[in-house]
Design a protein around this ligand. Structure first.
Ligand code: 13P
Length: 289
């Protein structure tokens, strides 16, 4: 089917109490693995791309991969740019046919973040493109954005309600204690805040920093309203280890064998996540809302 907006799939997920996996693809192989895992499990899926990766391959090339991969399956696939601070990049994604954008104004004062997010909504919505925005500051490193532990700031529920009011966001990313990258210790999530923010905003929430969270933490966050579950670092490891583990079985000068091994490893890990988030079998619910 054609690429879809992630808005309807996330509203269906929030209503149905499951999470849609949003996987940071890095190239065509990882993109193919994500779509094939979703296809195998009849699940909606979001392929998201960091700005660094967008700049490596190009807006139009990635959109062309997306259209081709989505066109080969009956499950809904959304193409999303992750943590973008640059309105020119967002405009270029919109022009190239992407279906979803995240504006990350979390480094800005509240009023500036709100104003810039409103501008992004104004750019995207007339084209039917979904918008995600962030409030508070999520710790760790994602793409070229690094937030030191001492600068990580949880989102305030009352500010979150003011931020989302009248903005028409499709998904909201409040900082709730998770971090991007590999956790240094036991992550301490503010479940009470997730609950309050989900109730006070009514918007499906994004759970950033998914890699390394325990299964029961995912389930609890999803039950509280996290409809989009972001996984990036796990994909990076699977990408490297899929290649390296195959190489360790004895070097072969046949790139296709390496790519096959990498594809299989990525597909297996993405499928396990989709099952864990409860999205298997939900492809059709995702397009009916
Ligand atoms: P991880 O790298 O911790 O999986 O976080 C992914 C993420 O939130 C991307 O925005």
């Amino acid at each position: 089917m054609p690429l879809v907006s992630m808005g309807p799939m996330l509203r269906a997920a929030r209503a149905g109490g499951y999470g849609v996996g949003a996987f940071n693809i890095v190239d065509y192989t990882s993109f193919k693995a994500v779509v094939e895992a979703a296809d195998e499990l009849d699940a909606p899926v979001i392929a998201q791309v960091s700005v660094k990766t967008v700049k490596l391959w190009g807006y139009r090339a990635i959109a062309a991969w997306a259209r081709q991969l989505a066109g080969a399956t009956t499950v809904p696939v959304a193409l999303h740019v992750d943590h973008c601070r640059d309105l020119d990049v967002i405009r270029a994604c919109i022009e190239a046919g992407w279906t979803s954008v995240m504006f990350d104004g979390s480094h800005l004062p509240f009023a500036d973040n709100l104003a810039a997010t409103r501008e992004v909504v104004g750019l995207a919505k007339p084209h039917g493109i979904a918008v995600e925005a962030e409030l508070g500051a999520i710790g760790g490193v994602e793409d070229d954005i690094a937030v030191a532990d001492e600068d990580a700031r949880l989102a305030d529920p009352e500010e979150a309600a003011r931020f989302c009011h009248g903005l028409e966001l499709d998904v909201f990313a409040p900082a709730i204690g998770t971090a991007h990258g590999v956790y240094k210790g036991e992550p301490r999530l503010a479940f009470d805040r997730i609950d309050r923010i989900a109730n006070e905003t009514g918007v499906p929430l994004a759970l950033h920093g998914g890699t390394g969270l325990a299964d029961d933490v995912f389930r609890r966050c999803i039950a509280l309203g996290c409809a989009k579950v972001n996984i990036s670092t796990q994909i990076k490891y699977a990408f490297v280890e899929g290649f390296a583990a195959f190489h360790a079985t004895g070097p072969k000068v046949e790139p296709v064998l390496y790519l096959d091994a990498q594809l299989a490893r990525l597909r297996r890990e993405v499928a396990a996540d989709i099952e864990l988030f409860g999205a298997a079998g939900k492809a059709h619910a995702a397009v009916e809302v």
